[in-house]
Ligand binder design. Structure first.
Ligand SMILES: Nc1ncnc2c1ncn2[C@@H]1O[C@H](COP(=O)(O)OP(=O)(O)OP(=O)(O)O)[C@@H](O)[C@H]1O
Ligand SMILES: [Mg+2]
Length: 395
């Protein structure tokens, strides 16, 4: 039996109709607790938006140990990080906006699934049997090689106008390039996950991502370097493991050095895009990066080495470059002023100019990751994508 408690009569009626079936409404929390006690088969309780947070938290905490298979879903008029942190700490499974009927039904279905697994003595389905998305980390050992440019455009390409779900994660915790490139103000960022460390789940992570375009979401870097320091390796691992379950692809932008957080991302990656520009310091850093990758035993078959701004006239021949890098270069991306122009406009090149040589190369990388070449005419036209993109920006 599904139980609910919502003190306001109108809202209680509305909630019952959203839930469907024959949910049983309690008059107060004492009656709710009594009903739970009386029926050991009860697996789901929904607490309405008018229930005081402290009461809801106390109810969940009380049942957490006594009845671990009982799922509590909490509705709120505003879901913010503080509420989520407190709710999740108490054992509430999901916090959903009270006006989001589909969200409420989805949360109830997920909670029942978890209860079912727990009743069978298994682990939660979030871990068992769930297909994971591919994680792609874009890295370069030297600054300014084009990591943020490639990561952002690759995320757009992988989302393919909404055909896939993609999360672009900005692990450049010091300067937050992705937010700058997309001209977003990070209202929410990775730093907001800090109070929820070790208790994060999909609901919590969902509250931190910003929608950008159909299928495309971002998890932004904190607005200041001081906030960035609070996001440690374990938290990054925890977040990325969850994000991988939620999206088809996760693209991670990184700072130009091996930090603990970067290593956490690399450890969870299926693909590594390694960038360099045609100058000796960048090429040497690429070689050092490859040596490090060998030591860490990241598979060579999953490394995609890209030479960005490859046409820069800097007196190095292809042979000179190959001699320093000593590994196959998968692609050479030309320099074009369209890249800085697109960054200044805050719209990725892939959105505005899918036929630009840089965009075309990014599509090649996407095809390799997706495992099949993109069909001509498959992707929505630039106008469609641009419109969708513009709708979500300017926040
Ligand atoms: N193919 C290209 N053609 C022209 N300009 C480019 C190209 N790729 C990148 N740039 C320019 O190079 C600069 C650095 O690019 P980007 O910020 O993507 O590098 P990054 O590796 O993320 O840098 P950082 O290490 O500082 O995070 C930007 O101004 C961008 O416009
Ligand atoms: Mg960058």
């Amino acid at each position: 039996m599904t139980l609910y408690y919502e003190p306001e009569a109108d809202r209680a009626r509305a909630l019952a109709s959203v839930l469907g079936g024959q949910p049983h409404g309690a008059q107060d929390l004492a009656e709710l607790a009594a009903l739970v006690r009386a029926d050991p088969d009860t697996q789901l309780v929904i607490l309405g938006a008018s229930v005081e947070l402290a009461e809801a938290v106390a109810f969940a905490a009380q049942h957490r140990l006594a009845r671990p298979s009982l799922g509590v879903v909490l509705l709120r008029d505003h879901v913010d990080v503080a509420v989520l942190a407190e709710a999740l700490r108490s054992g509430i499974r999901e916090v959903i906006n009270a006006t989001d009927a589909d969200g409420i039904r989805g949360a109830c279905a997920r909670s029942l699934q978890v209860s079912h697994q727990l009743a069978l003595g298994g682990s939660a389905p979030a871990v068992a049997g769930v297909k994971e998305g591919h994680l792609v980390t874009v890295f370069a050992g030297k600054g300014g090689c084009g990591k943020s440019t490639v990561a952002t455009n690759l995320a757009v390409a992988l989302a393919d106008g909404g055909k896939s779900r993609v999360c672009l994660v900005a692990l450049d915790l010091t300067f937050g390039d992705v937010a700058n490139m997309l001209q977003l103000v990070p209202n929410l960022s990775l730093a907001d996950a800090v109070p929820m460390a070790r208790r994060l789940d999909e609901t919590a992570v969902r509250s931190l991502v910003s929608p950008l375009a159909p299928g495309l979401y971002t998890l932004l870097a904190p607005p200041t370097p001081t906030d960035g320091e609070r996001v440690g390796r374990e938290l990054v691992s925890e977040i990325l493991k969850i994000v991988k379950r939620m999206y088809d692809y996760v693209v991670v932008d990184t700072p130009p050095f091996f930090s603990d957080q970067v290593l956490a991302a690399l450890d969870l990656s299926q693909w590594y895009i390694l960038l360099a520009t045609p100058d000796i310091p960048a090429l040497k850093n690429l070689r050092l990066t490859l040596d490090m990758f060998d030591l860490l035993e990241y598979p060579t078959s999953q490394r995609i080495i890209v030479l960005n701004r490859s046409d820069a006239q800097v007196g190095l021949t292809h042979a000179d470059i190959d001699r320093v890098v000593r590994a196959p270069i998968a692609g050479r991306v030309p320099s074009t002023r369209d890249v800085p122009v697109s960054i200044n406009r805050g719209v990725p090149l892939m959105v505005d100019s899918p036929n630009n040589p840089v965009s075309r190369y990014i599509q090649e990388v996407r095809s390799r990751i997706v495992g099949q070449p993109a069909q001509a005419g498959d992707a929505p036209g630039p106008a469609h994508r641009r419109r969708a993109f513009t709708l979500r920006r300017g926040r």
